[in-house]
Ligand binder design. Structure first.
Ligand code: ADP
Ligand code: MG
Ligand code: MG
Length: 215
């Protein structure tokens, strides 16, 4: 895939849903350590509804989503409606805003701009700064890496792979941090020593984009 067209957007979201399904228990275990142990089940419920929405679109004989942006906006609305907890509104708003920002057939630079808009929405809604031990710690380095790769002229597959590497590194780097946002912040210093569940799932979602773009 050279651009984030409708087919790649659908492949991305289906890959993300599969990744959430595979890692539900791991995400829940991370959240059990520093939260309330529901992050895996929250996301599984959300992405199950997202898959149903994807299957629904076009099942009435219509052409389905007419753009990647429209598809991502539906992903966001579905997550907002179906996922309780902090992560539902945050991911929901991120996908809605990124989808609204995404032009048709976006290349790496336009993808970076759309992802940056999604990140800005997460930060506006949740108030988290980088280093607060949240999904922002995976998403912010992913946006930076995507921008840098785009500016260097990388193709979409390489640029999104760099973003996924940066997101995974950012998620791992949450382990020694003390949480300053979300439920984990209630633990104070006892939140140190555990990888943040939302940063972990954010890295999975960015990796799913890279995997889909490479095909
Ligand atoms: P809840 O904490 O309500 O049970 P989840 O378990 O689904 O919701 O999601 C927890 C994750 O949400 C955290 O690991 C963190 O990454 C993310 N999160 C929580 N609060 C915020 C916030 N204010 N800003 C950004 N991310 C947040
Ligand atoms: Mg939780
Ligand atoms: Mg909860």
């Amino acid at each position: 895939h050279e651009t984030l067209d409708t087919a790649l957007a659908e492949a991305w979201i289906r890959a993300a849903a599969a990744a959430v399904g595979r890692t539900e228990e791991q995400l829940t275990a991370l959240d059990a350590a520093i939260g309330d142990g529901d992050h895996g089940s929250n996301l599984r419920r959300g992405f199950t509804a997202v898959l149903a929405a994807l299957d629904d679109a076009g099942s009435d004989g219509s052409a389905g989503f007419d753009s990647a942006g429209a598809l991502l906006r539906t992903v966001g609305s579905t997550l907002l409606a179906k996922v309780g907890g902090a992560s539902g509104p945050l991911y929901g708003q991120a996908f809605r805003v990124a989808g609204a920002e995404l032009p048709p057939d976006a290349g790496p630079a336009a993808c970076a701009d759309a992802l940056a808009a999604g990140l800005a929405a997460v930060r506006a809604l949740g108030g988290a700064e980088p280093g607060d031990k949240t999904m922002v710690d995976a998403l912010a380095p992913a946006v930076d890496a995507l921008r840098t790769a785009a500016a260097a002229g990388a193709a979409l597959a390489g640029a999104t792979a760099a973003a996924a590497d940066a997101a995974e590194q950012g998620a791992r780097a949450t382990t020694p941090l003390q949480a300053r946002r979300g439920r984990a912040s209630y633990l104070g210093p006892r939140s140190v020593g555990h990888q943040d569940p939302g940063a972990t799932s954010a890295a999975l979602i960015v990796r799913a984009l890279a995997d889909a773009a490479a095909r």
